[in-house]
Design a binder for this molecule. Structure first.
Ligand code: PLP
Length: 379
């Protein structure tokens, strides 16, 4: 017998892993204070950019002696700028357990061509971070957005390391605790956990990262868009709101809106609690249904933002076609948009659980997932 459709729908069906759902109170009219049509170097523009930096520091608890810059090209721009500016001084350990981390490994192997060791794990697993040589530079992703596997904590990273740690934290920042004393470079983009606009990245540097920048010149040419130093000194302006090139002041205003909303829900603690509650709702559903499971094999490494799921029913013959059909049914019903697994990841679903998503919407969506599964398996 066909399963009946659930009676209620999520108020917001947006569960994409990037760009992520806007904060629930978001509206375009809330951005009316954006200094549009003005120079970003005018006092009003500079003040907004500086405010974005200071509020980021405040919300994330970034230490006062770390530098925070708004840079071009989203998280990719921020992370590649760091790799191109800092790596090559010593060997690198490139760590990956899903496709974005794998992209950084490929950058180092095929573009920078520096001495390195690659440490990779299959989708669902994680690399043993205690096995790395921390006298080398380490590049890794805190939360693997496409596998739903995250660092459980930073305990394996020694505070006494002599190498630098470069951490792509784009789907972790504002949803998970980040141990700043273990991170020399941290990057993220606005389009992820806070539901901001794409285009700009944030680059956070420890004092040791700044020291490297000021004492090491990479042997390869750097485009202007990557240059963080001038005459062997850090370009301070980048970290005070004087961006390298022109930012979108509309995107800045939108980010400021997200930051204000985040403060209103209790800051970082509130944001973490919201993501945890969302991920728990999904985990409870998975535990109650034997046809679905997390891609992450170890519960301690399960992401609380990009929750990746796989179908385990033995009746499924073509996993990719089945998962796509489920995602399509849910999108067609307008109950869950953009929840298909990432194109390079194993077939399945990926449900964004970051703080801008309401738990009531996850709760309303999950019975639809059960409906879609039953309908599809019977079809
Ligand atoms: C871990 C990770 N790194 C990098 C990126 C690329 O981010 P952006 O498109 O903001 O540059 C993403 C996007 O999903 C990601 O999840």
């Amino acid at each position: 017998m066909a399963m009946q459709q659930p009676a209620t729908r999520p108020a917001n069906p947006r569960f994409s892993s990037g760009p992520c759902a806007k904060p629930p109170t978001h509206s375009l009219t809330a951005l009316a204070d954006a200094p549009l049509g003005r120079s970003h170097r005018a006092a009003v523009g500079k003040a907004k950019l500086k405010q974005a930096i200071e509020e980021t520091r405040d919300l994330l608890g970034v230490p006062a002696d770390y530098r925070i810059g708004i840079v071009p090209a989203s998280d990719t721009g921020a992370f590649e700028m760091a790799m191109w500016s800092l790596l090559g001084e010593r060997p690198a350990e490139m760590v990956a357990w899903e496709s974005f981390g794998a992209g950084w490994v490929s950058d180092v192997a095929k573009q920078l061509k520096i001495e390195h060791t690659a440490h990779t794990a299959e989708y669902g697993a994680i690399v043993d971070m205690a096995s790395l040589n921390y006298d080398h530079d380490i590049c890794f992703t805190w939360n693997g957005t496409t596998s739903g596997v995250r660092m459980p904590n930073g305990d394996a990273i020694p505070t006494t390391r002599t190498g630098l740690t470069l951490c792509d934290a784009t789907s972790a920042a504002f949803a998970m605790e980040l141990p700043w004393d273990k991170l020399d470079v941290t990057t993220f983009s606005w389009q992820k956990v806070l539901g901001g606009e794409a285009a700009h990245g944030v680059l956070i540097l420890s004092p040791r990262a700044v020291e490297r920048l000021e004492n090491y010149t990479p042997p390869w040419p750097l485009p202007k868009i990557f240059r963080l130093t001038k005459g062997g000194k850090l370009i301070d302006g980048i970290f005070e709101g004087a961006t390298i090139n022109t930012p979108s002041m509309l995107a800045v205003e939108d980010y400021l809106f997200s930051l204000a909303w985040a403060r209103g829900v209790g800051g970082l603690t509130g944001l973490i609690a919201r993501a945890d509650a969302n991920a728990k709702a999904v985990a409870d559903f998975v535990a109650a249904n034997d046809w679905i499971d997390h891609l992450a094999t170890d519960p301690a490494t399960r992401s609380t933002t990009s929750v990746c799921l796989k179908f385990t029913d033995p009746r499924i013959r073509d996993g990719a076609t089945f998962a796509k059909a489920i995602a399509k049914r849910l999108a067609d019903e307008n109950v869950a948009l953009d929840i298909g697994a990432y194109r390079d990841a194993p077939p399945g679903l990926r449900i964004w659980c970051g703080g801008t998503v309401e738990t009531s919407d996850i709760d309303a969506m999950l019975p639809w997932l059960a409906w879609a599964f039953e309908t599809e398996i019977n079809a």
